[in-house]
Design a protein around this ligand. Structure first.
Ligand code: BG6
Length: 504
């Protein structure tokens, strides 16, 4: 494993929520874990005038709230590498001063010309910032290599947040803009779900064991459910969310990443190129749902009023008569040899019964049922079901049938489970931390390739297009806050003879 290179992390949009709530707490956790390079500086760029000390004080409060293990001495030590740069990222002149400031870091702090640009701004600014980075000649490697030391070339990489485009065409356009300035090997399209332990553990479960992979296909798996439900609503992000909706916000990004890890073919080795190649293939194999089939393949919803809070469409900032979905459940088919006939159900929702992110793999019943007529101790047979819980608990559970002790002869479904915290005695860290360190190490394994993102958009476009207008008009207040979503979503599963994995 390469260690992280010396570098400056330049955060555009430094006064935003993401920097305070996620990025800086994640970096602080990485600092405590000794995972950051010895020569490392953070430069936050934002419009408001502020000095380093004031910004550090603000961030200290946020780190106390959002990071694990507050240690004042560790913070003071880490905070010395945090700096603020007041400037408007939309103005070309700013970049000359920025280049000078970055040069000072190289001269004084040994950051060697290595830059990690982080776009934590509204997506409407992505293209112009990338262009200005280019205009100010801040990219010296890639298109135009430049030797700093005899053996050491400096690098400039860019981390791009989601949403990556708002549809297939805009994602392709953003890819083209990025590609004019940065090599694909220097573009890090981040999805914090890939920083989650159990998402990564899924690859180990599948490919470091012999017992799962032989049955991991349409012959043995009935269907797969990928769920990411939340109890929170849209908070103060109504304007963003109303223009975005749950499919773009969660399914196109996070849930398709989980899907790719669950469904991809084994890469030849554990390495960025091989993993990304397999992910591209499986996402490309997703069938584009026909416009005439949308109603059978998707249910959209908006939460209704509760005693404490109004309905989604009544929130300040939500447009009157909004048909933006706060809940979405879609059924996807994968047109390849492994998965033909085995559907993947992806669902997400705000203000749901529980915060739960999980993958449920439901296996088919045995080919012949030897125990016909033998009573099941409780209800129906569940058979084999593998549940990979990603959040809030990190746990893997496998259900199987067993004999209930005693007479008469009866069958009971039992469960084996591994709790990551009990097993390994570690608490999960903020998912952004390891991903940022990977970007400093030049490891793209857990970042999305441009072609994968475009294929992901292609798969969800039918649910956003005009074919979805029928289901969209039905969504107004169609599920109660604190519930498991619209009744129509249960009906969609019932039509397929299946049920959502809710309360267990
Ligand atoms: C973000 C979405 O990417 O992920 C939010 O924009 C969502 O709407 C969040 O709440 C969920 O992340 P997590 O890690 O809490 O599951």
């Amino acid at each position: 494993m390469r260690t992280a290179d010396p570098c400056v992390l330049v955060i555009f949009g430094a006064s935003g929520d993401l920097t305070a709530r996620k990025l800086i707490p994640a970096l602080y956790e990485m600092h405590r874990a000794g995972a950051l390079p010895a020569k490392f500086q953070v430069l936050g760029v934002s419009r408001r005038e502020k000095n380093d000390a004031a910004w550090r004080d603000e961030l200290a409060l946020s780190v106390q709230k959002h990071a694990k293990g507050w240690d004042a001495a560790a913070w003071s030590n880490f905070a010395t590498c945090i700096h603020y740069f007041a400037g408007d990222a939309a103005q070309g002149e700013m970049y000359r001063a920025l280049a000078e400031r970055l040069g000072q870091f190289d001269a004084q702090d040994g950051t060697r010309g290595n830059r990690l640009f982080y776009l934590s701004v509204g997506p409407e600014l992505y293209e112009s910032i990338v262009q200005r980075i280019e205009d100010a000649s801040l990219v010296t490697e890639g298109k135009r290599w430049c030797a700093i030391d005899r053996d050491e070339r400096s690098w400039q990489r860019i981390i791009v947040e989601k949403p990556f485009g708002s549809d297939e065409a805009s994602a392709a356009s953003l890819n083209r803009t990025l590609g004019r300035v940065f090599e694909e090997t220097e573009i890090y399209r981040i999805d914090h779900y890939l920083g989650k332990e159990v998402v990564q553990a899924m690859l180990v479960l599948r490919f470091a064991n012999t017992i799962f992979e032989p049955v991991w296909n349409h012959q043995y798996i009935d269907h797969v459910q990928i769920t990411a439900t939340e109890t929170v609503g849209v908070g103060n992000r109504t304007a963003f969310f109303d223009a975005t909706g749950a499919i773009r916000d969660m399914i196109q990004s996070h849930l398709l990443q989980i899907f790719a890890f669950a469904a991809m073919e084994p890469p030849t080795v554990y390495g960025a190129e091989d993993i990304r190649a397999e992910k591209i293939k499986v996402v490309k194999a997703l069938r584009a749902t026909n416009a005439s089939d949308i109603a059978a393949h998707a249910v959209l919803g908006q939460y209704a009023a509760s005693e404490q809070e109004g309905a989604y469409h009544q929130l300040p900032g939500v447009s009157a008569g909004s048909t933006t979905e706060t809940y979405a459940a879609i059924k996807l088919h994968v047109d390849n040899w492994r998965w033909a006939g085995t559907p993947f159900y992806l669902r997400t929702g705000k203000r749901m019964a529980k915060k739960r992110t999980e993958v449920v793999v439901q296996f088919k019943p045995p080919a012949a049922n030897l125990f016909r007529g033998v009573a099941q101790s409780a209800g129906e047979a569940i058979g084999n079901r593998l549940v990979m819980e990603i959040a809030p608990d990190e746990r893997t559970r496998l259900r199987f049938e067993s004999k209930l002790p005693g007479t008469p002869f009866r069958i009971a479904n039992v469960e084996m489970q591994v709790d990551f915290d009990k097993e390994f005695g570690v608490e999960p860290v903020e998912a952004y931390g390891p991903l940022l360190v990977d970007a400093m190490r030049g490891d793209q394994s857990l970042f999305k390739h441009g072609r994968e993102v475009e294929s992901g958009w292609a798969a969800v476009m039918p649910f956003l297009g005009s074919g979805s207008s029928d289901i969209r008009t039905l969504i107004n207040a169609n599920y109660a806050q604190g519930s498991w979503g619209p009744a129509a979503a249960d009906e969609m599963m019932a039509r397929d003879g299946r049920v959502w994995h809710n309360d267990e």
